[in-house]
Design a binder for this molecule. Structure first.
Ligand SMILES: Cc1cc2nc3c(=O)[nH]c(=O)nc-3n(C[C@H](O)[C@H](O)[C@H](O)COP(=O)(O)O)c2cc1C
Length: 425
């Protein structure tokens, strides 16, 4: 089990309009309290999204996004990861950092530092970014094309792994009797010279508790899945149980093609469970929440994903079969395959596109277990939004105990690192 969100109020659904339970997204107490609730539920990790530009995809301005608190504002995930490293003891902490914009040396250094600070609980959600505006914030005219971004990221992974290995795990001695702090023979230069990157190394941070952060990946296009099969330990995806089944089948095939055990990646699926004393009450609560979502919000979100202004499109039409994008290709493929009109897709996106599970705690637990088995996935990440602390508490206090009784989730942490949590089941 995991929690996925961002250091900001928005996301796609506009549910910041819900009561904030007295919290303010700008300050650390909210993140720390959410982490403690997740730890109480023995979750594997929390993961923070990131975006590197004020969105402007819809109508060419940030007006909609600012007014709705949608996609922005968003804190940089790295300082939040530092705060959580200190404030928690067990839960894994995953941050999103972009291979297109973070210099490899800086990324290797900051994540190694965080892995030390957290005593081995850091993960890295590897993204290549999808917004041209992000490129312009970093001084480029445009992003490299979709598949090129992954080719560059392949080489990026080589550099950062070389840097993370530049200190052998026993190089750090801190031995007062011999007076030797670190063994210089166990620290190696990297001298990486690739097509896109060069780095001399070594890193200035010793080998971290996990050696390197857990590699997380969310690309779902064929090229993205190939990248995940090459590099990732954990894959996160969203969609219906049917699309998740197809997703896990494809990813496990890619893993075999890459010479890896098809079950050596854990696959987690998005869900937004809502519980009630009866199924009907849960359904009514869901409808009240869904009423925040509008077609316009969804169109604005789609504009960001695809890099196309959707404001002028006819919402009663389906996505044209010949439409191509350089942004989020797997989203576009999903839209086409759904056969839904743009308006229907937009409403779904505005509600976060997470598998909606509603019912009593037992019923929710049944659905989660049955779906995990049917879709051949390993678990779920919840994306309730920062506002919904009380819904997270309900899940942890009412659904997790049912799953624990059935042996589907842990009752205590047995390992101390994120990698140990993920490989326990
Ligand atoms: C659960 C989930 C979380 C994601 N988080 C981010 C994020 O924080 N920042 C980002 O730039 N992309 C994020 N993405 C997008 C993917 O990393 C990737 O860019 C996208 O799937 C496009 O790649 P594809 O065309 O290979 O699917 C996320 C995707 C999913 C499914």
């Amino acid at each position: 089990m995991a929690w996925f969100g961002a250091g900001g109020p928005g996301g796609a659904s506009g549910n910041w309009k819900e009561s904030a339970n007295g919290y303010d997204w700008r300050y650390p107490e909210l993140y720390v309290d959410i982490a403690h609730i997740c730890e109480r539920g023995k979750f594997d990790f929390m993961m923070f999204a990131d975006g590197l530009a004020m969105p402007r995809g819809y109508q060419g301005t940030w007006d909609h996004y600012a007014r709705e608190g949608s996609w922005v504002p968003m804190h940089d995930p790295v300082p939040i990861m530092g705060a959580l490293s200190y404030a928690t003891r067990n839960i894994g902490i995953v941050g999103t950092l972009s291979t297109t914009f973070y210099p490899p040396f800086s990324l290797a250094r900051v994540l190694a530092t965080l892995d030390h600070l957290s005593r081995g609980r850091i993960g890295w959600n590897v993204v290549t970014s999808m917004a041209k505006l992000a490129a312009q914030n970093y001084g480029y005219d445009d992003l490299p094309a979709h598949d090129d971004r992954y080719a560059i990221a392949d080489e990026y992974m080589e550099v950062v792994h070389a840097l993370w290995s530049s200190w052998e795990s026993d190089a750090l001695l801190m031995d007062r009797t011999t007076g030797v702090f670190a063994d210089p023979r166990k620290i190696h230069s990297v001298d990486f010279e690739g097509k896109y990157f060069r780095s001399a190394g070594p890193l200035t941070v010793p080998a971290s508790p996990q050696g390197h952060p857990v590699i997380v990946q969310a690309g779902a296009s064929p090229r993205g899945q190939r990248f995940a099969a090459q590099h990732a330990e954990l894959s996160i995806a969203g969609g219906s149980p049917e699309t998740m089944k197809a997703y896990s089948e494809k990813l496990r095939t890619e893993l075999s093609n890459a010479g890896r055990d098809p079950y050596s990646i854990k696959i987690l699926m998005a869900t937004n469970p809502l519980i009630g004393e009866t199924d009907r009450i849960a359904q009514e609560r869901a409808e009240a929440l869904d009423s925040y979502a509008t077609v316009e919000m969804g169109l604005a979100t789609m504009s960001e994903y695809l890099g196309i202004d959707m404001s002028q499109w006819d919402i009663d039409q389906v996505v044209p079969a010949d439409l191509e994008v350089q942004g989020y290709q797997s989203k576009l493929d999903g839209y086409k395959a759904s056969g839904q009109t743009l308006g229907e897709i937009a409403l779904r996106e505005a509600k976060h596109d997470a598998f909606p599970v509603r019912g009593t705690p037992e019923h929710v637990a049944d659905i989660l277990q049955e779906t995990a088995e049917a879709a051949d996935i390993d678990g779920y990440y919840l994306r309730p939004g920062l506002q919904s602390v009380s819904r997270l508490v309900e899940f942890v206090d009412k659904v997790v105990p049912v799953l624990q009784t059935r042996g589907a989730v842990r009752t205590e942490y047995t390992g101390s690192t994120l990698r140990a949590h993920l490989t326990e089941f």
